[in-house]
Design a protein around this ligand. Structure first.
Ligand SMILES: C[S@@+](CC[C@H](N)C(=O)[O-])C[C@H]1O[C@@H](n2cnc3c(N)ncnc32)[C@H](O)[C@@H]1O
Length: 197
């Protein structure tokens, strides 16, 4: 059982719900018209980001490698009676990219947990439709937040340079929130980055 399987049943804490609302408010600024678009929420966790947005998309796919997280998403999809939304247990790699496409991909608080940043950004590029875009939400670099399995946040400029080498275009980012004890019990800031195919 992975660490995310273990935390799934108590992931939706008041603090996490508050953080998700802050992220959703910021993402709403970047989304524009989405009625005829498809959304992939990659690393969806319990669906705190993808599910509240589901009504404004034609079709939504939520993907996470944690079986327990996806079980919770499926229960929420049923209780919210979302007909356009499906959840899948999966994760992408160089060798494995499922037959799926999306106009918009959201990767919220996930990149920090994936060891090979470039590999996952390349895989997501393949899944994006032409003119589609990726929205990354993550923490700015914070050397005090150290863990062997987690990136200590990201330098927005380095991430942009990496995305450009893959082929992403019109890349923009900004820090939108500073909070206390936000990231491994350290004060931290979050950024949103938008990159088009
Ligand atoms: C901190 S949670 C974020 C959940 C959700 N995106 C949110 O903002 O509330 C991180 C999630 O990333 C998932 N994850 C970990 N490694 C992953 C990978 N290689 N590919 C996709 N998701 C992954 C975990 O299972 C977990 O559900």
């Amino acid at each position: 059982m992975s660490v995310f399987d273990r935390i799934a049943s108590h992931y939706d804490s008041p603090k996490q719900l508050e953080l998700a609302q802050i992220i959703l408010n910021e993402l709403e600024n970047s989304l524009g018209e989405t009625n005829e678009k498809t959304l992939l929420d990659y690393g969806c966790g319990t669906g705190l980001i993808g599910l509240p947005l589901a009504d404004r998309f034609e079709k939504v796919t939520l993907i996470d490698p944690s079986k327990e997280m996806i079980t919770i998403v499926e229960q929420k999809v049923e209780s919210m009676a979302l007909k356009n939304t499906k959840a899948m247990i999966d994760h992408f790699s160089k060798e494995h990219i499922p037959e799926i496409t999306a106009d918009i991909i959201i990767v919220s608080l996930v990149l920090l947990h994936i060891p090979d940043t470039k590999e996952i950004l390349e895989a997501l590029y393949q899944v994006l439709n032409p003119k589609g875009y990726l929205l990354i939400v993550d923490f700015d670099t914070n050397e005090k937040a150290r863990h062997e399995k987690v990136h200590s946040g990201f330098d927005q400029n380095k991430l942009k340079a990496m995305l450009e080498t893959i082929g992403y275009q019109s890349i923009q980012s900004n820090t939108f929130y500073h909070g206390e004890e936000l990231f491994m019990r350290q004060d931290a800031s979050m950024f949103v980055l938008r990159a088009e195919k």
